[in-house]
Design a binder for this molecule. Structure first.
Ligand code: ATP
Length: 512
């Protein structure tokens, strides 16, 4: 069973550290809050996730191309995008614990508790009625569920009204009326709610008098918008088409907890899809469907995912939803899918004085395209995969093992090769096999300790296959291949290994 409660997040964090997946940044100086380094295995997993996303989004779509824009951009970019004026989070402090919170998150968590109550009611009823249970009907008619749901709707409506009217006093009043207490101090002694801008700034230019304030980009999307015409013209792209990008983004998050879920420096994988005005809803639905299919192709149980429609739409959007993942700390945003209208391109036209239009030869007219964006956090995808993969298993013989059941094609080390013993030419034979496989797969040689212990070490880092070279190998060129998930072993001829692994690591079916 994969683990799902918050305490177990601690186990995942310590496992990630122990095996070289994720380290606290500058740990020898006691770390830097909400900044992390990926270790020797973490950086491999991260690279493999990026490649899989890139393959699915760019390589598999003839009408999507990728770019790699700079992190620094002209400061006017962020005025045009609205980030200078409006990239704020409402923050609130608890006067007793001195802890700082995002007001919207406190309210969301309150709603999450009510939703959990409804889920419990449904589970109880399911147990009572068994196969005859109709979940949808139950949720639509049960009086307790309906009462809870109307409470949720009422809170959402109040919050939305406050945010739309910049009524921060109203947000504080809502927190007080709901009697939300600080999880640390338990008190309801709150400060006023304030807006806080999340962008990091620095200065460009070596002489301070002439220096200009610039920002570290808080999202990769704007690098795509400002290059829209460059790419369209040089790539002779025809609408509808997309521009994809993977890169770092920076946000001075107010509440930076929960490991790599919320970091101050993180990576996004974004794609902006440019469409005819009026066709955006069709493409919004299309990309919702494509993106959930991508997540589900990772082989993680479907129950870990759900859609969540935005109630408070950002100033640029006419439809937006999140794909949420059931992280160890509950369902949280993994990816955002937004129909951004022509807001960004129009804003850049206004601020730059340049036309950012497309001439549609079929319609014989020029227009500013509409945009549907898919934006997924690389680090959150990493955490989703890691937390669903982390399993502590009790085996039939009474022993235990910790295994990272990472999808085989994403695993940092694909194949480990062991000589049974350190002599008789077995290490050399093992090395020969690595030399044969290493062009296609990241392999690891291990000759220390018993084979059983070596299996456990590879299980713990998620290596899908272990090959053992023994004396029989020297006679007939066969080896044992052991499968991480089933723990089954089969005898395979060395010459058949490439074909076997080609099939095991093939992503063709997943991308179909
Ligand atoms: P949240 O509501 O959790 O702050 P957001 O709605 O601000 O997220 P977007 O601006 O839509 O996030 O960014 C797109 C994606 O980038 C998110 O779905 C998430 O996966 C990732 N992301 C955003 N902020 C962070 C962060 N601080 N650390 C890691 N990933 C992040």
């Amino acid at each position: 069973m994969a683990i799902t409660n918050e305490d177990n997040l601690k186990k995942i964090i310590s496992h990630a550290k122990e095996y070289g997946y994720v380290f606290q940044s500058s740990e020898i100086y006691d770390g830097l809050s909400a900044v992390y380094d990926y270790g020797q295995l973490g950086s491999e997993l991260k690279k493999n996730i990026k490649e899989y996303w890139w393959k699915a989004m760019v390589q598999m779509h003839e009408n999507i191309v990728g770019i790699d824009a700079a992190i620094f951009m002209h400061p006017e970019t962020w005025k045009a995008s609205g980030h200078v004026d409006a990239f704020n989070d409402p923050l609130i402090d608890n006067k007793d614990s001195k802890k700082r919170y995002r007001a919207d998150v406190l309210i969301e968590e309150y709603i999450g508790k009510i939703e959990a109550k409804n889920e419990k009611e449904a589970e109880k009823a399911q147990a009572r009625f068994g196969d005859a249970f109709n979940r949808e009907q139950f949720l639509a008619t049960n009086p307790n569920v309906l009462r809870n749901q109307s409470k949720i709707d009422e809170i959402n409506a109040r919050f939305k009204a406050c945010m739309n009217n910049d009524d921060l006093t109203g947000v504080k009043k809502l927190i007080e009326d709901l009697e939300i207490a600080c999880p640390i101090s338990g008190s309801k002694n709150w400060t006023d709610v304030k807006q806080f801008n999340l962008m990091f700034s620095t200065e460009i230019g070596s002489v301070s008098e002439t220096a200009n304030k610039i920002y570290l980009r808080p999202e990769t999307a704007q690098g795509i918008f400002v290059n829209f015409l460059n790419v369209q013209k040089t790539g002779r792209m025809k609408i509808p088409f997309g521009i994809a990008q993977i890169g770092k983004a920076f946000r001075n998050e107010i509440v930076a907890r929960q490991f790599i879920f919320r970091m101050r420096e993180f990576e996004q994988m974004e794609m902006q899809f440019f469409v005819r005005p009026g066709e955006e809803m069709k493409w919004y639905e299309y990309w919702k469907n494509e993106r959930i299919k991508w997540h589900q192709s990772l082989g993680i149980d479907q129950k870990y995912y759900r859609f969540h429609d935005h109630i408070k739409l950002a100033h640029y959007a006419n439809a937006a939803c999140d794909i949420e993942f059931n992280f160890p700390m509950g369902f949280k945003e993994l990816e955002g899918i937004h129909s951004r209208t022509d807001f960004d391109l129009k804003q850049h036209e206004k601020h730059s004085g340049k036309k950012l239009q497309y001439f549609d030869t079929e319609l014989n007219e020029s227009y500013v395209p509409y945009v549907v964006e898919t934006s997924v956090g690389l680090d959150r995808t990493f955490l989703a995969i890691l937390s669903a993969a982390f399993q502590e298993q009790k085996l039939e013989d009474g022993s235990e093992r910790t295994v990272l059941a990472i999808p085989a094609f994403l695993a940092p080390i694909k194949v480990a090769v062991f000589p049974l013993i350190k002599k008789d030419g077995l290490p050399e034979k093992a090395q020969e096999i690595i030399n044969q496989l290493k062009y296609d797969y990241h392999c690891q040689f291990d000759e220390k300790d018993s084979v059983g212990k070596r299996y456990r070490r590879q299980d713990a880092i998620g290596t899908p296959f272990c090959i053992t070279v023994d004396h029989q190998t020297l006679e007939d060129n066969t080896v044992t291949v052991r499968d991480r998930d089933t723990m089954e072993q089969q005898r395979v001829s060395i010459s058949a290994l490439e074909t076997l692994f080609k099939e095991k690591f093939d992503v063709r079916k997943l991308l179909g």
